[in-house]
Structures are given as structure tokens and as C-alpha cells.
Write a protein that binds this ligand. Structure first.
Ligand SMILES: C[S@@+](CC[C@H](N)C(=O)[O-])C[C@H]1O[C@@H](n2cnc3c(N)ncnc32)[C@H](O)[C@@H]1O
Length: 393
């Protein structure tokens, strides 16, 4: 079976979809890069496309080369590896890749840059960076050795030779620092200190974000001479979380063992759907305001027609909020452990409403030289601290 050849038609098809998704034309420099770097050269024979319902369809090049090539030039992310049933590597959605490059200002360059990309995977994004900046400007880091080798082979086959580092991107890569741009292609819930240390003053750090409550948004920071960094969140992208360097390559720690002492019962007027029903602005705010809290829906009907289960990823606390199938203005709550998670959520949600329901891009983060993270939100012409709930000081 011959490898399918991509044509300018394929690249144009992809560009059309990307600009439609972004609702503006792709800047010329990025358009040229997308024409220069054929995406299919970076994809393995087996790729998985999302089915829109949380599942995936396998697409194999040998079995169906036409469908495989079509997927390569469609504006979708393509999973390239699963570990223990969870996706652990992917070729990112092209419109998200381009939007991030645009946010980084790479389409309007006036001086040479040094860039560190975190998460090489297929090498496609690293190739775009090479096409924009030249190979010598680009360092790319991948934790998974097999993926790093594959990514490097893909890059070489396409004619690019950036520095490919096999290692933990949380440590950065000191030999090529300082970087004008650090660009992560996985999400973090804290800025790794090495990124701050290896960022040039005035340099940018751009990274997808996640909290235990909400995996969404892209943080674009500028580094300052005093070692601090500050910047705002942008309302796009949900990337897989950073992996930790140990044998299982587990994605994120799950909730800690639950507290088994008797829960405190109560009622709440706050609807669980208001905080966990898909309002990204609210959920994003809660993720910053109530660190460590995560949720899942229980619709088995075992305890209530619908139950929201809230867990603490940093300790044993938990809460449940039950809908009885009738009353939408009163919910039964149980809370256990040192944190009163539902109380924290309620306080944070009330504050979000009082601030005028700020959107994701009204939020930002300042990380001082010691690594202390201070999230903030701009509302009514002022910057406010995103406060922790009760029980967190
Ligand atoms: C969404 S993929 C990146 C897509 C990639 N930039 C491309 O163009 O195909 C995320 C990648 O980050 C890698 N990764 C996750 N945690 C990492 C870490 N701590 N250090 C280095 N790489 C990591 C994963 O193994 C995965 O390959």
C-alpha cells in the first residue's frame, strides 16, 4: 500500500475549516506554514477520531487510506495513543494549534526567537514552529521516549531538525534557555518553576490550563525581570493534562480516600446544574476558586434520581447534592471531612454572580518569583482576587 499523497487541495480544505472555526482568515505566515508542513506525514497508521459522545473510532491507514487521509486534513484532534484506556497522546486540533501560534504572535515576528515546545508527540506543531522560525530556534520536549523517537523521525522525514529532548517538560531544558516563548501542548494546573526560571524577561509562557473542576482555557503569561509572570486566560482549548514521569505515566491523581465519618446533612438552593452543567465561565471560575474540588454525575438512581458527587483531590472530604426528581429550587446535601466542599462551591458561585458572571477571558494569573499563584478576575473596571472558599484561609 502506498502512502497517500496529500495535495494542495487537502491543505486548502484544512485551512478553510480552520478559518471557519476561528471565524477569521488565517494570518498569511501561518497559512504558509500550514501549506509547507503536510500533517499526514506526522500521523501514525492507527489514529482515533472522537465520536462526539466521549468515545473514539479507530481509523487505520492500511485498512482505509482514503478515510485516514481525510481525517489528517480535517480540523479535529486525533488520538495517537491510549494508556490504560485513557488517551495519552494526540495530534492536536489544527485550529487550536494555529490559534495558539497566533496568540504567541508568531505570525508577526520581527526578531529571532528561541522557543521551547512542551509535548512533542507527533512533531507536527514543532514542524510548524521550525517552518516559522527556523530549526535552530526550536527545542521540543517529550516525556514518552517512544513518542519522542517517533516525533523526531517524523520531523526528519519532513525535513526538520529541531532539538528533540527526551525528558520531563516540567524540568524544561536548561542548555537552550532562556526562551522567548515556552509553549505547552498539554494542560497544567500550576506553572512548573523551571518554565519561569527558563523564560527570558519579556518572554511569553503559553499553556493550556486545567483545574480539578474544569479542564479548559489557555493561559498566556509574560515574564518579568523580577522572576514573576502575569497574564490572562483565553477562552479556548481543552488539552490532556501533563503526565508525571513515573512508570505508569498516570495522568492526574484521583480523589484521595474518602472520609467515612458521619456526614453533615443540609439543604441547598444552589442547583448542581448551575455549577457543573456545562457553563464554562462558571466552571472555570470555580476551578480557580475551589482548588482540588472535582465532580462527577451519578444518574444510576441508586441514591436519588440525580446526584452530583463532589470529591477533594487533595484530601478525604466529599459532598453529595441530590435532586429528588421534582424540586428545582431545593436540593439535599451531605458533606464530610475537613473541607465543606459544597459550602466552598456555594460561596465561590455567589461571588462569581456578584461580580457579574465574568467570562473566562476576564480571569488571569500572577505567579510571583517564589512560585505563589494568585488568580484574579477583572470585573466592573477593577481587578479582584479570586478568593478561596471558607476553610482554606
Ligand atoms: C496533545 S499531545 C501534543 C501534541 C503535539 N504537540 C503535536 O503537535 O502533535 C501532548 C503530549 O505531551 C506529552 N507530555 C505530557 N506530559 C509531559 C511531560 N511532563 N513532559 C513531556 N511531555 C509530556 C504527552 O506524552 C503527549 O505526547
Amino acid at each position: 500500500m502506498h502512502a497517500p499523497a496529500a495535495t494542495a487541495v487537502h491543505a486548502r480544505q484544512l485551512l478553510g475549516q480552520v478559518s471557519q472555526f476561528l471565524q477569521h482568515p488565517v494570518p498569511p505566515a501561518l497559512e504558509r506554514a500550514l501549506h509547507t508542513v503536510p500533517r499526514h506525514l506526522f500521523l501514525p497508521d492507527r489514529i482515533w477520531r472522537g465520536d462526539g459522545q466521549g468515545g473514539y473510532h479507530l481509523c487505520e491507514r492500511t485498512a482505509d487510506p482514503g478515510r485516514w487521509l481525510e481525517a489528517a486534513y480535517t480540523d479535529v484532534s486525533l488520538v495517537t495513543q491510549f494508556t490504560d484506556g485513557l488517551p495519552t497522546s494526540a495530534a492536536s486540533m489544527p485550529s487550536m494549534v494555529l490559534r495558539t501560534l497566533q496568540l504567541a504572535g508568531l505570525h508577526a515576528l520581527s526578531r529571532p526567537l528561541r522557543v521551547a515546545e512542551m509535548g512533542t508527540a507527533t512533531g507536527f506543531n514543532a514542524a510548524l514552529l521550525c517552518a516559522l522560525l527556523g530549526d535552530r530556534a526550536v527545542t521540543t520536549i517529550e516525556l514518552d521516549t517512544a513518542l519522542a523517537e517517533l516525533g523526531e523521525r517524523n520531523l526528519q522525514a519532513a525535513g526538520y531538525t529541531p532539538k528533540v529532548v527526551r525528558g520531563d517538560a516540567a524540568q524544561g531544558w536548561q542548555p537552550n534557555a532562556p526562551y522567548d516563548l515556552i509553549l505547552a501542548t498539554f494542560s497544567v494546573d500550576r506553572l512548573p518553576p523551571a518554565w519561569q526560571a527558563q523564560s527570558a524577561p519579556g518572554g511569553r509562557i503559553i499553556t493550556p490550563w486545567n483545574s480539578a473542576w474544569c479542564c479548559y482555557g489557555t493561559l498566556a503569561l509574560t515574564s518579568h525581570h523580577d522572576g514573576s509572570a502575569t497574564g490572562r486566560f483565553h477562552p479556548f482549548a481543552a488539552y490532556m493534562p501533563m503526565r508525571r514521569p513515573h512508570p505508569g505515566l498516570v495522568i492526574t491523581p484521583g480523589p484521595a480516600p474518602a472520609d467515612h465519618s458521619s456526614p453533615v446533612a443540609g439543604t441547598s438552593r444552589l442547583s448542581p446544574w448551575a455549577v457543573a452543567g456545562g457553563d464554562l465561565d462558571a466552571e472555570f471560575h470555580l476551578g480557580l476558586a475551589v482548588p482540588g474540588a472535582s465532580f462527577s454525575w451519578n444518574t444510576t438512581g441508586d441514591h436519588a434520581p440525580v446526584r452530583l458527587e463532589v470529591a477533594d483531590n487533595t484530601g478525604p472530604s466529599w459532598a453529595t447534592v441530590d435532586y429528588d426528581g421534582h424540586r428545582g429550587d431545593r436540593f439535599s446535601v451531605a458533606q464530610s471531612g475537613p473541607r465543606r466542599l459544597w459550602d466552598e462551591i456555594t460561596v465561590a458561585y455567589d461571588r462569581w454572580e456578584t461580580l457579574g458572571r465574568p467570562s473566562v477571558d476576564q480571569h488571569g494569573m500572577t505567579v510571583d518569583a517564589a512560585g505563589t499563584h494568585s488568580p484574579w478576575v477583572e470585573a466592573a473596571g477593577r481587578r479582584h482576587t479570586v478568593r478561596a472558599g471558607p476553610g482554606q484561609g
